[in-house]
Structure formats: structure tokens, C-alpha cells
Design a protein around this ligand. Structure first.
Ligand SMILES: Nc1ncnc2c1ncn2[C@@H]1O[C@H](COP(=O)(O)OP(=O)(O)OP(=O)(O)O)[C@@H](O)[C@H]1O
Ligand SMILES: [Mg+2]
Length: 369
């Protein structure tokens, strides 16, 4: 295996009594797209700033391209950073913005102009070199910011929520562009986001961060289909969460009774014990719907419910139902055949899911205690 482009070895950063990054270790393979996904305040920016060298870890080491960065100043690291509030220089035109880092490195003017023009061409802004920054759209500015970093040919490009300032439509578009740019350049991207859909779409690997640690590091598919912890199950993708107590465990399947009094079955993840508090997760697309009990797949537990509300969203449409006995509110994805397009609020329904495709964890607080 080749040397990873980035390696963090038990990196710790404390701010007073608060541990912002807590003994984190991971490595990022050359040429890959790596995302760090986590809620606000979990330590993402702190981690990125240590990689960039703006702050020093209290413990541990950061290794880039096989070399320890312990005594390497930020401007000597083979790293570039794109910020959320991208700071293009308004008094310089687009070409000068892209050439700025080259100028600081002492690259001659003609060479700078050539490299800057070639880079603008590659990010789809050929011919924009003489434009003023304020003549560009938000998405175009973002591409200039990325071009300005890539022109320096860093080993690592660090991106801190680079799409955060853009509106939703543009974010969706730039998401695809970013992925294509990364594939075309082959530069290793370390990308920070609190948006799970961005992380899933863009990344080869994702570290799901919570309170300064990675709860799970895996491919988007692993995180989605095999979440390792309740936090990951709740944070990545949409999920019904059912809290309660385990009654029995048989062949890896837990029977649990929810706080509301709903009895369901789900596959045990981790050390679930009879009598102990658990939380189960069922994805909306795992459940099936029927107007009669006989329409549900045979051999699965079935429940009755009434339609609480219809959430029409094209191909992502869903229905919220209330389970009859417990009044538990449960989200079910609607099939794209349009078979349930005429559902009415208050209508009676049957639903069920395969217990093997639902995950039951020991309650997070109990597991940590
Ligand atoms: N310079 C600092 N001094 C003191 N505390 C800090 C400092 N920088 C960050 N923190 C604290 O460390 C924690 C992690 O902050 P960080 O900026 O890394 O979060 P984040 O995951 O990037 O969040 P967001 O998604 O909101 O940007 C927070 O509780 C924050 O208040
Ligand atoms: Mg941040």
C-alpha cells in the first residue's frame, strides 16, 4: 500500500477544560475524497486547523505525505484550505486572485498568468481572468476559490463547509462539480460538513464525528446500511427512532417494548441485554404499506395505523402514520409506483418491516455509563 496522504495519530486538542478533539486517529488514502461529518461544535474546524497548522495539537501527531508536521509552519505544509466564507480579494481580478499564491512563491509574472489561465479553464471559467470578483455568481466565486488553491498543487486540499454560503439549488449543483473536480485533479480532498447528504454523495470515506471523536469511519454505504452506533443511525439518513426496553433476545433479534407501549422486533447491534434500555432504528424505505394485511410481505410482523399526514416530495414522498395501539408516529417512504398517491389523512392502513433490517442498540447513555 502506498503511504497515506494524511494520517492523524491520537491527536488531542483542549480549550481549557473542554476537549474539542479527543485522541483521534485516522488515515486518508492518496487521491481520495474524505469527509468529516458532524454536528455544530463537534470539533471539525479545530481538526482541520490542526492539519493546516494554524493551531498545534496538545498531543499526538499529524503526518502528511509520510512526514510529521510537528515542526512545520502552515505556509510550509503541502496543504491548502478553502474556507466557508471564501475570502477572494475584491480589488484583484479573477486571474490575479488565482495567481496570488504563485506570486507569493516568487513565480514569474508570465508563468503565473499562464498557470492561472489554465486552471480557470479547468474549472470551467476560461476567459473569466479579467472579470472583477463582484461580476461572478456565488458558485463561480467558489470555483475561483478552489482554483486558487489547486493551482498551488497541494498534497491535501482542506475544505471547511465550502458550500455553506450558497443557496440550496446552487449547493446541489456545486456538490456534483466538486466531485468531478476532485476526480479530474486526483488531489486528496478533506472536506468538512454537517450536511449528511453532501458527505454521502461526495465521499469515498466519511468520518462521523461527535464530541471530538469519530463514532464511525466508513464508506457512505457502510454508514447508511450498517451504522455502528445510535448516533450514526440517527445522524446519517432519515430514520424512525423507537426508544424502549428489551424484553427478549432470540437468534440476534430483540423484541422490545417502546415507551409508548409498541412492541416491535429488530436486529441486535452490540451488547443488548434483556431488561435494559434500547433504541431501535427503522428506515422509512424499509417499511412496507398495505390497505389490507394480506398485502404485506408474508412472515413479517404487521401493525395497523391511521394516516397522520402526507409528505409529498416527488420521488422522496412519504407518509406519517400513527400506530393504532401506541399512537407512535412512524414515517414510511411511499413507493414510486404511485400506488399510494391517493392516501387520505385519517385512512386506516397496515404496515410492517423486516426485523433483520431494523437495528436495535443499547441506549447510548447506558452504553457509556
Ligand atoms: N479558539 C477557541 N477557544 C476556545 N474554544 C474553542 C476555540 N475554538 C473552538 N472552540 C470550541 O471547541 C469546540 C469545537 O469547535 P469547532 O469550531 O471545531 O466546531 P465545528 O465542528 O467546526 O462546528 P461548526 O459546525 O459549528 O463549525 C466548540 O465547543 C468551540 O466552542
Ligand atoms: Mg466549523
Amino acid at each position: 500500500m502506498s503511504t497515506p496522504d494524511l494520517e492523524a495519530r491520537t491527536v488531542v486538542k483542549r480549550f481549557g477544560a473542554h476537549t474539542a478533539v479527543d485522541a483521534l486517529s485516522f488515515s486518508v488514502a492518496r487521491g481520495s475524497f474524505f469527509s468529516i461529518l458532524g454536528p455544530s461544535g463537534c470539533g471539525k474546524t479545530t481538526l482541520l486547523r490542526m492539519i493546516a497548522g494554524f493551531i498545534a495539537p496538545d498531543e499526538g501527531d499529524i503526518i502528511i505525505g509520510g512526514n510529521s508536521m510537528a515542526d512545520v509552519a502552515p505556509n510550509r505544509r503541502p496543504v491548502n484550505m478553502v474556507f466557508q466564507q471564501l475570502a477572494l480579494f475584491p480589488m484583484m481580478n479573477v486571474g490575479e486572485n488565482v495567481a496570488f499564491g504563485l506570486a507569493r512563491r516568487g513565480v514569474a509574472r508570465a508563468e503565473r498568468a499562464k498557470k492561472s489561465a489554465a486552471m480557470l479553464e479547468r474549472v470551467g471559467l476560461g476567459g473569466a481572468a479579467h472579470k472583477a470578483v463582484d461580476e461572478l455568481s456565488g458558485g463561480q466565486r467558489q470555483r475561483v476559490a478552489i482554483a486558487r488553491s489547486l493551482v498551488l498543487e497541494p498534497t491535501l486540499l482542506l475544505l471547511d463547509e465550502p458550500l455553506g454560503a450558497l443557496d440550496l439549488k446552487l449547493r446541489e449543483h456545486m456538490k456534483i462539480e466538486l466531485k468531478q473536480l476532485q476526480a479530474a485533479f486526483g488531489t486528496t480532498f478533506v472536506y468538512i460538513t454537517h450536511d449528511q447528504s453532501e458527505a454521502l454523495v461526495l465521499s469515498d470515506h466519511v468520518g462521523v464525528m461527535n464530541k471530538g471523536r469519530f463514532e464511525q469511519l466508513g464508506t457512505p454505504q457502510e454508514l447508511y446500511y450498517s451504522p455502528a452506533t445510535p448516533f450514526v443511525a440517527g445522524f446519517v439518513g432519515s430514520n424512525n427512532k423507537i426508544c424502549g426496553r428489551a424484553r427478549t433476545i432470540d437468534g440476534g433479534i430483540v423484541e422490545l417494548e417502546s415507551t409508548e407501549g409498541w412492541t416491535i422486533r429488530a436486529a441486535a447491534q452490540g451488547a443488548v441485554q434483556a431488561g435494559s434500555p434500547v433504541e431501535a432504528f427503522v428506515r422509512p424505505e424499509v417499511a412496507s404499506l398495505g390497505r389490507a394485511a394480506s398485502e404485506l410481505p408474508a412472515g413479517q410482523p404487521g401493525y395497523t395505523a391511521t394516516v397522520e399526514s402526507l409528505l409529498f416530495d416527488g420521488a422522496n414522498s412519504a407518509v406519517l402514520v400513527r400506530e393504532s395501539k401506541s399512537r407512535f408516529e412512524f414515517r414510511i417512504a411511499l413507493p414510486q409506483t404511485g400506488r399510494f398517491a391517493d392516501l387520505r389523512v385519517g385512512e386506516a392502513l397496515h404496515f410492517g418491516f423486516d426485523p433483520a433490517r431494523a437495528a436495535c442498540f443499547p441506549t447510548a447513555d447506558a452504553a457509556r455509563a
